[in-house]
Design a protein around this ligand. Structure first.
Ligand code: G3P
Length: 288
């Protein structure tokens, strides 16, 4: 395989996308792909889904689910042990029971599924039910250290891996240094039992990727365009003198006690709400 001479980063590499052709291409370029993450916006951009919508053939909910299933079934055997994250459909009123119902169904699609729930009270309840049944979860749209603390506490005792996905680029977008959130969560989790792994998400450039390696994120989900750029530069890793130019203002570390009950943490974040609204809009744009 290509590029075997390069040192593989300790951080697992996931493709952030909804097109299996990208996964295949990256696998060829890197020689491996550890995993994949998908979400409703990425599925709406899948060439087949986009073609149907463009030709005026919007999908029924059940056709959309079939398309989503076909996409993850194609990607599933292409990736390693970091699995394929599949996101439930949730708007701001979706209950935990409904998310969990979808999560169970999606979990049956492929053997290496991780079910994505939003970092909200209902999403964390659904995650709590899921891990108690041995379903692997990925908590998405995480924008604060206290949300990450709630993820830890809500999934305590999990016997299957739990991912939390802090969104770097979207914090940069509002003038906060998104990389600080990765640093802060890693520092906070160092006092924990290691059952939650940090999956750096909303990576927009090589700086985000290299800094995620530098802070020791266990996983990073990366658009194919950024991975191609990384390969083009010889797959560099951050050296001892690595420095990252902060974007926006610093996000300060908070002293939080991971042993508190999960629902005592501040779970609300405006970007989580906006993120859910965007996923809903993109999903609905494909539906009749
Ligand atoms: O990994 C999450 C990602 O798909 C969102 O990225 O660039 O829309 O913030 P972005």
């Amino acid at each position: 395989m290509a590029n075997q001479k390069h040192t593989r980063p300790a951080t697992k590499i996931l493709v952030d996308g909804g097109n299996p052709e990208d996964t295949k291409e990256i696998r060829k370029l890197l020689g491996y792909v550890d995993g994949q993450t998908t979400n409703p916006s990425l599925i709406a951009k899948n060439p087949n889904v986009a073609r149907l919508v463009k030709s005026g053939q919007k999908l029924t909910q059940s056709q959309e689910a079939d398309e989503y299933r076909k996409i993850v079934e194609t990607i599933s055997p292409l990736v390693g042990d970091a699995g394929v994250s599949i996101e439930v459909f949730a708007d701001l009123n979706t209950t935990a029971d409904e998310m969990f119902r979808q999560g169970r169904e999606m979990n049956s699609w492929i053997p290496n599924a991780y079910i994505k729930y939003p970092c909200t009270t209902e999403g964390l309840k659904a995650a709590h039910y899921s891990v108690s049944e041995g379903i692997r979860v990925n908590i998405t749209l995480c924008f604060s250290q206290s949300q990450a603390a709630a993820v830890y506490a809500a999934t305590k005792g999990a016997t299957t891996p739990v991912y939390v996905s802090p969104f770097i680029g979207r914090l940069d977008d509002i003038g906060q240094n998104g990389m600080d959130l990765i640093r802060n969560i890693k520092r906070m989790y160092a006092a924990g039992d290691g059952h939650v792994l940090v999956l750096a998400a909303s990576i927009r450039n090589l700086g985000h990727l290299l800094c995620s390696f530098h802070y020791g994120a266990e996983l990073a989900t990366v658009p194919a365009t950024v991975l191609k750029e990384w390969v083009g530069q010889g797959m560099p890793l951050p050296g001892p003198t690595f420095s990252y130019k902060p974007v926006g203002s610093e996000i300060k570390y908070e002293n939080l006690n991971l042993n508190q009950p999960w629902d005592t943490f501040d779970i609300q974040h405006d970007l989580t709400t906006k993120g859910i609204q965007k996923f809903v809009a993109d999903y609905k744009s494909t539906i009749r």
